[in-house]
Design a protein around this ligand. Sequence first.
Ligand code: C2O
Ligand code: CU
Length: 460
Amino acid sequence: MISRRQFIKYLSYSFIVTKLNPVLADNKKIIKYNIIAKKSKFSFYKNFYANLLLYNNLNPGPQLNANVGDILKIEFTNNLDEPTSIHWHGIKNINKMDGVPYLTQDPIQPGETFSYEFPVNHSGTYWYHAHFESWQQVARGLYGPLIIKDKIDDNFDDDIVILADDWRLNKNYQIDEKSFGSLRDWSHAGRIGNWFTINGEKSPEYKISKNGLTRLRFINASNARVLKFRSSLNNNKIIAVDGMIVKPFREETFTVGPGQRIDLLVDTVDISKVDYFEISNKNPLKAFSLNVKKTNTKNKKSTKINFSPNYNLPKLNKAKTINIHMQGGAMGNLTKAKIDGVEKDFRSLAMEDKKLWAFNKEIGNYEKLLTSVKKNDVVILNVWNDTRWPHSMHLHGHHFFVNSKEFTNYNNYLLRDTYLIQPNEKSKLIFLADNPGKWLFHCHMLEHAASGMVNYIKVT
Ligand code: C2O
Ligand code: CU
């Protein structure tokens, strides 16, 4: 007889991605996965093996796939030495499956198993990641792509996830442990790295089909770096943001803030190679390339694809406005703020509590309520970034409409779950609060969230 512990050990060695057979229930297909978080070795460079925390020993974690309307069932085992939880970023989830420790579930303790089960009712590019001390667990590799497909995906000959991360490694190509918790990082732009990967690799190359259409799904899993891309095409056709189809538009360069996703469509007629560069740094990095090589098996180029978004801005006449005045950080104007009801000056907050950011002059955490709204209220988050830093603001459980200022050739409402708001920008994030529960609203620069830039909104 094999013990549970041995069984789990056996699983983690023998299965790379353990996708079990789909089962039908209530006409919904249940897609099952097993995920195990554990310490793993990974080589970023030659024979140097970094100690990472990975899902199923993979960097990035296994790609989870489902079709719109399916139920995802993930048997998750925590084989780490510390508690953890998984958040399904961008999924309009059932609240108790949202993976926020203390708020929606107890932290999953070492050795424990937790079964996540939820329907996926929207197609698109999503990702999952640890939400317990995510500033260190995500930095060590606990994340993976989550792709929900729809009919529209039948049109593409190739579909490639471009999961980007910005690691901070030391000279031995190990995770730079010493700088975890650096007050300088936390009060400035967050933990900015020095080793850039696409799907765990440096400048990988992907083969795609001739005379075809490729869907590229960019995901920024960095702790804090705002990524900026350009390609040798000089003209990138954006077809989705944060999972949501948009009326296609073209950009020469585009940014992807931490947590955000951008999908591109690449038409390979008359193209033999495309190079993509990450240009947020002074020195552009070759991110990855596409090699147009494969013979197109479908052997016919898809004609018209209907990219019309199927959502509308809700009526605003009865909307409930919530003001969020964001302050703090280095060179900011936050002189004092309340922490657990006690007012303190900025210096003491930084030195004693390691808290640096506030909404409405209050330091936040996972269990700090911003406000309660009623189910089906239209809510306007009236956000003012009164700091010297951009912030990648993420709302759980809902997508919001935002008149995005992130692009050059698109100035209309976008439906996003994460919005990159610039210093001094005032933006309205508008959503129909139709999903009951407790939903975090936080900065996805994970150091900023850890030092105060997080609250939750209750929908009852
Ligand atoms: Cu992707 Cu609360 O986070
Ligand atoms: Cu931030």
